[in-house]
Design a protein around this ligand. Structure first.
Ligand code: PRP
Ligand code: URA
Length: 208
């Protein structure tokens, strides 16, 4: 599947501040949440609704509501957790699973250290969240783990994606729809996205 780049002047504006090296931790976290709202909005465009009857101050009427509990959002630790706030602002009852992966800085390969999903994950619509899709190693590995658990419906939200990571995901998991706010130019020789924003986890958690 081709990636969907969510384009909007407000996203462009927020991305500019996010990328700026002078932006501090507080503002960086807030921007990650705000951009996540836009990505979530777009990714939920095909969501299932069910009909309910409600009563307005004037009359009874039929309305439509989201099946919130059908969705499980899965941040890839650590940086993905920075996107949870934006998700739960939109979908307060969403269930959250966690996958712990970090990149071995020499091999750039993802190393798994944590995996915990809500019960019945195989029947849920799963949306993985991670601000960066660089080589694609972590993202692809996260999808593989979920598929091994029987998950059939997977989307992936990232704030910045590199062409290399998009290609790897498309080749390995062509059924996964990626939503991103930017597709950057390339990876440098240590696997960082250029121009990028640096190390997302370090900037979210102030561990620079
Ligand atoms: C970052 C990022 C992704 C991964 C992307 O995490 O949040 O998970 O790198 O790189 P890849 O596409 O080449 O796998 P990192 O490993 O730095 O861990 P952290 O979130 O704990 O900082
Ligand atoms: N992970 C990050 O946090 N930033 C990059 O540029 C690449 C991987």
């Amino acid at each position: 599947m081709e990636p969907i780049q969510v384009k909007h002047p407000l996203i462009e504006h927020k991305l500019a501040i996010l990328r700026d090296k002078r932006t501090g931790t507080k503002e960086f976290r807030e921007l990650i949440s705000e951009i996540t709202l836009f990505l979530c909005y777009e990714a939920m465009k095909d969501a299932n609704l069910h009909e309910v009857e409600i009563e307005t101050p004037l009359t009874k009427t039929k309305a439509k509501m989201l099946n919130e509990k059908e969705y499980v959002f899965v941040p890839i630790l650590r940086a993905g957790t920075g996107m949870i706030e934006g998700i739960v602002t939109m979908i307060p009852n969403a269930k959250i699973g966690h996958i712990g992966l970090y990149r071995n800085e020499e091999t750039l390969k993802p190393v798994r250290y944590y995996y915990k999903m809500p019960k019945g994950i195989e029947n849920k619509k799963v949306i993985i969240i991670d601000p960066m899709l660089a080589t694609g190693g972590s993202g692809v590995d996260a999808v593989t783990l979920l598929k091994e658990d029987g998950v059939k419906d997977i989307k992936f939200l990232s704030i910045i994606a590199a062409p290399e990571g998009l290609k790897k995901m498309k080749e390995t998991h062509p059924d996964v729809q990626i939503y991103c706010a930017a597709i950057d130019d390339h990876l440098n020789d240590v696997g960082y996205i250029v121009p990028g924003l640096g190390d997302a986890g370090d900037r979210i958690f102030g561990t620079v």
